[in-house]
Ligand binder design. Structure first.
Ligand code: ASP
Length: 441
């Protein structure tokens, strides 16, 4: 079948099932533009309330879901050799995708030079209000890499659960589940307990998704209302390079990746996860989208064994969209301030972005905090660092929405590829001939 037909069908299927969320998203953009010119605190407060309510509802199920998914996933793989094989493959796939993302970001930014002549805009006083906060963030991140890695291991797992720190929770859940898998049959009551928790959290996710359209509408409207058309014009080149990078990642890199490593039809996969992609855009949080990413993949035929292991880890560690943004942003600032970018410096930026992105939590804004790690070695003066960083803050939300969509999509892409390799995918369900016929009609 011709490529454009496949794309149309996928779009048709994805939108048909989720047209209400898509409508929420589009209306949210319009409402945001309107609100920018017609400041209305009552409407803004109402929208902020609805958006926050939606995010909190999904966040409410994330921790029980992640722990139970990992326990079930790892114990169902059971044998430690197979687990090692799957784990290694997962890390390799995620590493490939993130490396391509940073190479792409660096290539585009060097070629299209979004930072040239941007210095006047960065230095204007748009962001003076947040400069003190920014300076503190940069300071806190200095030399912080080892501490960040130390923080991955929880001193007290219950404390990590209580404060909602995803990486330590996952580290503990993985250790615990491998141990459970090792102890054999005696683990049954415990695993059944987590199976019940998982089933219940999935049910709650279904209920919450009835609220997705107004939730996404409100979140998008609030985010868009913060920007006027003026800001878009002033930094359109920067945003354009980012959008191009994200677009290439979504529409060229992932399809090629899936073609090389699996036989998963990429457009069908996108149709399957369209709901998760839109919610990722609305919430700007991979963690909050996690229940939905798992639900979409499982409903469309990717086995629980794979999704429950690969997606929670991906939602916390695999941040290729974030890595791409970090590279583009850092090169943008270097260009704006006239810093010579030697090949060595570019490689350093790319490597640091891979590390910094994967230490970012799957929550809004996390990638902009860890970018300080990448910026520190660039040779910007302290004033330039603060002004540049503050500038990035002003346009943070909109770029966060885009990169989170990419982060979430790549989790599903890697899960689908691994499921294909392991014969853990039901192609009849994924390609769903019934719906497919309807669209062609
Ligand atoms: N918001 C992103 C995510 O949840 C992380 C980031 O800030 O880049 O995937």
């Amino acid at each position: 079948m011709k490529l454009y037909m496949q794309v149309m069908i996928a779009l048709g299927l994805g939108l048909k099932r989720n047209w209400h969320i898509f409508a929420g998203l589009l209306l949210g953009i319009f409402a945001g533009v309107w609100l920018h010119t017609n400041q209305n605190p009552v409407i803004m407060n109402a929208l902020t309330f609805i958006g926050q309510l939606f995010i909190r509802l999904i966040q409410m199920v994330v921790i029980p879901l992640v722990i139970s998914a990992i326990v079930i996933g790892i114990t169902s793989i059971g044998d430690s050799k197979q687990l090692g094989k799957l784990g290694t493959k997962m890390i390799c796939y995620y590493a490939i995708i993130t490396t391509v993302a940073v190479a792409l970001g660096a290539g585009l930014a060097l070629l299209l030079k979004p930072g040239a002549e941007a210095v006047a805009y960065i230095n204007s006083d748009v962001a003076t209000g947040i400069q003190a906060q920014v300076a503190a963030t940069i300071e806190a991140q200095k030399g912080n890499l080892l501490n960040i890695i130390l923080g991955f291991v929880p001193k007290n797992p219950l404390e990590a659960v209580a404060s909602g720190e995803m990486v330590p929770i996952i580290v503990f859940a993985v250790f615990f589940s491998v141990a459970l898998a090792r102890v054999g049959e005696i683990n049954r009551p415990f695993v059944s307990f987590f199976e019940s928790i998982f089933a219940a959290t999935m049910k709650i996710t279904d209920w919450i998704m009835c609220f997705a359209a107004p939730g996404v509408f409100a979140l998008t409207a609030v985010a868009v209302s913060a920007f006027g058309p003026d800001i878009f014009i002033a930094i359109s080149k920067y945003l354009g390079v980012l959008a191009l990078g994200f677009g290439i990642q979504l529409f060229v890199v992932y399809p090629i990746f899936l073609r090389i490593f699996s036989k998963v039809p990429v457009w069908m996969l996108y149709a399957a996860i369209a709901e998760a992609m839109m919610v990722a855009f609305g919430t700007a949080s991979s963690s909050a989208t996690l229940p939905l990413t798992i639900a979409c993949c499982e409903k469309r035929g990717i086995s629980h064994k794979i999704t429950s292991f690969v997606i929670p880890l991906g939602a916390t560690l695999n941040m290729d969209g974030t890595a791409l943004l970090q590279v583009v942003a850092v090169i943008f600032l270097a260009q704006a301030y006239g810093i010579a970018l030697s090949p060595l410096l570019i490689v350093q930026v790319a490597l640091l972005a891979i590390i910094a992105s994967s230490t970012s939590a799957g929550i809004p804004g996390a990638g902009l905090i860890t970018i300080a790690l990448v910026l520190n070695g660039l040779g910007l003066s302290p004033e330039q660092l603060v002004a540049g960083f503050a500038f990035l803050f002003t346009i943070e939300r909109i770029t966060d929405m885009m990169r989170t969509l990419v982060n979430v999509t790549s989790d599903a892409v890697v899960a689908a590829a691994i499921a294909d390799n392991e014969n853990e995918i039901d192609y009849d369900l994924l390609t769903n001939p019934k719906e497919y016929n309807e669209v062609i009609d």
